[in-house]
Unconditional design. Sequence first.
Length: 440
Amino acid sequence: MRAAREIAKRIAVDSNGERSRVALSVSDPESFCALFLALGRSGIDLFFFNPKWGERERTEALAIAKPQWEFGLFSGDRFAESRTEDSADSADSAEQIEPGLRVMIPTGGTSGKLKFAIHRWSTLSASAYGVQAFFGAGQIASHCMLPLYHVSGFMQLIRSVLSVGKIAFGSVDEFAVTHDALFAGGDRDRFLSVVATQLDRLLRVESNLPFLRKYEAIFVGGGPVSNDLLEAAREARLPLAPTYGMSETAAQVATLKPDEFLADKAMQGKALPHVRLDIVGNSGELLPIGKIGRIQVKATSLFRGYIGQAEHRVGSIVTSDLGSLSESGRLTVIGRSDNVIISGGEKIDLGEVENLLEKTGLVTDVAAFGIEDAEWGSKLGVAYVLKDEADPEPAMRAAVAAELVGFKMPKVWLAMKGLPRNEAGKVLRDRLAEQAKQKA
């Protein structure tokens, strides 16, 4: 902490009253916390960089953020740092920005279009207090296994800080050790956040189950969770709480409470207290209860635009996600409205193909994706993880042929040991497309 405080003081002195841009590229969670808490009182623009970014992604991030300072790996009592003089362009310098910290959270990386969502303490706290009120929690203790440079990990830190709680950092392999540290002393409400792949790995170790049952809730989000995995968690009587949210909303805006999950509900639950959810049509019109349309979010936790735009208050956003609301206000997320490719002039819903193949029970994981093609414009590919040693491709082809029109038959099939995903659990479809091209 001392080194982090010294860095914060040095930035304040060197900025000479001007607003500084600082990139935080730290994977070690304790180092990340030390720097964030030291810098959080400053009137700076703090960008979260993913230390695992490749050269292309890092170059793209630097071009957007234009940081004057960058802090990297923690070693001993010193941070690795670099400085680029006058990196912010004149347009950024001339922008009138309200005083105080701005946190820039990266989003959109899976589509190849990186953006930074602007958040303030006000938007972050609205989200944190919303979760606290929804669960009637006091001091929040978080078992964090997600990266802090991603919104799903970062908001665990914010909830613990603002509720004067506790946070413990760990991994799937060290789950029991971190669990014991989190539960040692103190009367707090304890939460665990995971993505589907982590939940699957935790469930495979039977000795984890008694520990998992002790949490107030186990948040799972970041992407689709298979019906098989949800059913396995329900059979194990885990207090699972499927959630829906994104970087632009400061993480979750809807959550299914564990008692509802255990009662065989399969949805993303009700809106949190600081949120209003609606379902809208293509022209923005409100749709009736039960109708499927795009999910619209109104919330006090909404971001203030993307970096590169003038900061502004965002009243609502219409997402690319399709969903429906029940009479009681519970949200069911169906898939993405932009999860479509056009092949030979025909539209193919990737989610429809994935759902069909998942229901066959022949695979443990599956993802459909588009591959650029001179003849078809885009051709359909499918990547899957074997459930056993038998090759399921012939049976899956038969299932597609029986249920779907001919042009929805995948032209490329990839058997894999595991699907490539980002830290939030979302499938990296562009990487699958690259592998499919190499196979061809």
